[in-house]
Design a protein. Structure first.
Length: 132
């Protein structure tokens, strides 16, 4: 639950800074970054017409479940940009800035909706755990 104290800090989880959250969950955040780099590299070496959308969702879900919605939104932004950028590098038809912005914004809308759903699941899990 977001109101519960964070590991190693006296502050409730919803009052911690991004730096404090990073210190508490640095392994998860760095693993998420490595996962995104791996997905990006896979996207670069693959056919540009292949969709990697579900793979880009995995880091968003993982960091949202473990760390919280703020980091989930940051990863959603990075994932929303990374896929279209990789695609624009491989296929000149996707290199137009309007296409890049459109694709990134549509991906972000989807990723952020998933972050919000996972946040709700995270709150429910914490609620049931505190009742037990």
């Amino acid at each position: 639950h977001q109101g519960t104290p964070a590991r190693g800090s006296g502050l409730p989880a919803d009052r911690r800074s991004l730096v404090q959250e990073f210190r508490a969950h640095w392994i998860t955040i760095l693993a998420t970054g490595a996962m995104m780099c791996g997905i990006g590299m896979l996207h670069v070496v693959s056919d540009p017409r292949m969709s990697f959308l579900p793979l880009y969702l995995v880091p968003c879900v993982a960091v949202t479940l473990v760390v919280g919605p703020r980091w989930g939104t940051l990863v959603a932004i990075a994932s929303a940009l990374l896929g279209p950028i990789m695609q624009s590098q491989a296929d000149p038809d996707f290199a137009h800035v309007g296409v890049l912005l459109w694709n990134s914004s549509m991906r972000f809308a989807l990723f952020e909706a998933i972050v919000l759903l996972v946040t709700r699941v995270r709150i429910e899990i914490a609620s049931h755990a505190s009742k037990a």
